[in-house]
Design a protein around this ligand. Structure first.
Ligand code: AQP
Length: 339
């Protein structure tokens, strides 16, 4: 557990690198909202635009995606009155602490990150230095708030372990107890939402197939069509969780149903076991549309006034810097910077 002297504080972020999808919503945003509303933590949520540019982003699209992501957060229930909502580049202490952590983290640690290996692929020589150093900046995003808890999807588990390693090495090297050992919060039925076209692949913004994911901006017809066409197997749904073994596509759709309906997988199978996909898919589509259509309509409304979104983000940056500036100042003192 983090040291009890640290304020219970949640930080998490999403890259504005494309359309927000159901995996981001169920694995991250929906749980951000729950943690905000539980009232046990201060909550800081972030559009991580500096992370997005570790791979090429068209500047106009990046601006649009950042505002659209902010709209997605707010439409899903993140309240700028209850949470601090920011754009990463507007709070310079993230990048400043990121540099310090570049000097704490080891090349070997970074080279072992599976996301680096996946994203750099066979052509690592041509990948940006930023993509390699991404987890050190992510550690800074979290630790510049002394965040104690980070809700994320399963894919971020390794980066969170590295964040703890960086905090521990900094504390050890400088003989301080300054950074908390942050706890990942990876919970619920949808910590890893899979592609609708391939149950072995994560649903992802960068998948070239739009049919592989449900975008938060998809309309009701598109959502229903994508679910109808989702890959499945010919068997009926089992009544027990063990019956999903070896059936990744079936498991994925059941997990999505459970997360959207705020039920356990056991409950869903108790209710729906024995149904063919011809019956289950329309029920899932109806549920997905009922839950997602109001969010997408609200996103569209919010995007009609981007000056209001920019105002919210500017205010969030001011609030954030009240936390981050003193933490960075103290870090510089510990490291031995003058001035
Ligand atoms: N498929 C998923 N299931 C559950 N959670 C997911 N997350 C992402 N995909 C899934 C969670 O969403 C948060 C933000 O992710 P991100 O934008 O920082 O980047 P990512 O994980 O790399 O997301 P994508 O969609 O896969 O982007 P690309 O394709 O650009 O790499 C994180 O909490 C993540 O766990």
């Amino acid at each position: 557990m983090p040291d009890s002297t640290f304020t219970p504080r949640v930080f998490s972020g999403i890259q504005p690198s494309g359309d927000l999808h159901l995996g981001n919503y169920l694995g991250a945003i929906k749980r951000f909202v729950d943690m905000q509303n539980a009232g046990d933590f201060e909550t800081v949520y972030c559009m991580v635009d500096l992370h997005a540019i570790t791979v090429w982003q068209d500047p106009d699209k990046l601006r649009h995606s950042t505002r659209e992501l902010a709209a997605g957060f707010i439409a899903s229930g993140i309240s700028p009155e209850k949470s601090i909502l920011i754009n990463q580049s507007a709070v310079p202490e993230h990048a400043q602490l990121g540099w310090i952590f570049n000097c704490v983290a080891r090349m070997g640690w970074m080279g072992r990150m599976t996301q680096w290996k996946d994203k750099a692929g066979k052509n690592a020589e041509a990948a940006s230095l930023g993509l390699f150093g991404y987890p050190a900046l992510m550690a800074a995003d979290i630790l510049v708030y002394h965040a104690t808890h980070v809700p994320v999807g399963e894919d971020q588990k390794q980066h969170l372990e590295l964040t703890r390693d960086i905090a521990a090495k900094f504390n050890h090297d400088y003989d301080v107890d300054f950074f908390p050992l942050t706890e990942p919060v990876i919970e619920g039925a949808a910590t890893r939402v899979m592609s609708l076209r391939d149950g072995s692949k994560k649903m992802s913004k960068s998948d070239p197939s739009d049919a592989s994911r449900i975008n938060m901006t998809d309309n009701a017809d598109t959502i229903a069509k994508k679910i109808r066409k989702a890959k499945t197997d010919p068997d009926a749904l089992p009544s027990e969780v063990a019956g999903l073994d070896g059936r990744p596509e079936a498991r994925n759709l059941v997990n999505i149903f459970a997360a959207l309906n705020e039920q356990s997988v056991e409950q869903v199978l108790a209710d729906m076991g024995g149904q063919q996909f011809g019956t289950f898919k329309p029920a899932l589509a109806e549920l997905a549309v009922a839950k997602l259509a109001p969010i997408s309509a609200e996103m569209e409304r919010l995007m009609g006034d981007v000056t209001e979104i920019d105002r919210i983000l500017a205010r969030g940056a001011e609030q954030a810097r009240e936390i981050t500036a003193p933490i960075l100042k103290k870090t510089y003192e510990i490291v031995g910077m003058v001035g």
